[in-house]
Design a protein around this ligand. Structure first.
Ligand code: A2P
Length: 281
């Protein structure tokens, strides 16, 4: 077994801590019938962290790729997410079983996909995730798309902040305030749509292009490197084998202070995805 070049972050997990690769592979919008091949390509390229969700409808494809690989369960960090219609204590426990059955193995990280504040069940859902951890079924309970207010309420009611929050984050939406809140409470920041989403605008940005030319890398590699240097966990999605490999090759170069400052200047504060305070679907 070769040693992965990818750094890890240490997630709080009750009395213990769990290492998670800082760079993983996301399968958002990968159709179920393509997922097995795409995840196999990612594992072959060296990724050792896979991020899916019940709502993506492709957990079985992920499971098939994992089952087909020679890698052990301990060697691949696996994330899935609780969908909004399954929020609540009993519902979350049930939904976890369904995901585990489809994936064919237990999960390392289980995220509440959206807070859905109008439903107001995220505290009960997180309590269920803590129970799964206590029972040794799940290693790390986490959340996605939570604002400081949602995170604070979980801590106030359950006595513990989630160890990680996966949110929209890219050079046009840098989430400085949220990242500061995370830092203050030992919550890791994980970025979805790390490349700025499908519109591709971030990857066309002239500032990014200039840095890419300077360091002799592609715009996507520059953006992923920026995430890693900020300390974000990052899970780029690609369905193209060449890009899957390219996105993994971001640990052997670095951006300097000038590059980082130039990218910091690109923030527009505009989302490509829904606002978590308003998304209750
Ligand atoms: P594709 O799957 O055809 O490679 P994000 O993770 O920010 O949502 O971005 C995902 C989008 O970015 C997908 O449309 C994906 O297209 C594209 N993408 C992923 N990697 C690269 C890359 N290295 N260069 C250009 N586009 C990329």
């Amino acid at each position: 077994m070769t040693t992965s070049p990818v750094p890890t972050v240490s997630l709080r997990a009750g009395a213990a801590s769990v290492d998670m690769p800082q760079l993983g592979f996301g399968v958002f919008q990968v159709p179920q019938d393509e997922t097995e091949a795409v995840v196999r390509a990612a594992l072959e390229a060296g990724y050792r962290s896979i991020d899916t969700a019940a709502a993506y409808g492709n957990e079985e494809g992920v499971g098939r790729a994992l089952a087909a690989s020679d890698l052990t369960q301990q060697e691949v960090f696996l994330t899935t997410k609780l969908w909004n219609s399954d929020q609540g204590y009993d519902e979350a426990l049930q939904a976890y079983e369904t995901s585990v059955r489809k994936l064919g193995r237990e999960v390392d990280l289980y995220l509440i996909h959206w807070p859905t504040p109008a439903k107001d069940r995220y505290v009960d859902s997180f309590r269920a995730l803590l129970k799964l951890r206590e029972d040794g079924r799940l290693r790390v309970p986490g959340v996605s798309n939570f604002t400081p207010e949602h995170l604070q309420r979980v801590n106030d009611e359950l006595g513990e902040f989630p160890a990680i929050n996966q949110v929209e984050l890219h050079p046009y939406f840098q989430q400085a305030q949220l990242r500061e809140f995370h830092r203050a409470h030992d919550i890791h920041t994980e970025a979805w749509s790390p490349l700025g989403g499908q519109g591709g605008e971030v990857l066309q940005d002239p500032v990014i292009a200039q840095i890419a030319e300077k360091v002799g890398r592609t715009p996507a590699q520059v953006v992923l490197r920026w995430h890693l240097q900020l300390g974000n966990v990052v899970i780029p999605k690609s369905a193209t084998p060449e890009r899957i490999a390219q996105n993994f090759d971001v640990t052997a170069f670095s951006l300097d202070g000038e590059d980082l400052a130039a990218i910091a200047g690109l923030d527009r504060g505009t989302r490509v995805g829904p606002d978590p305070d308003e998304f209750n679907g």
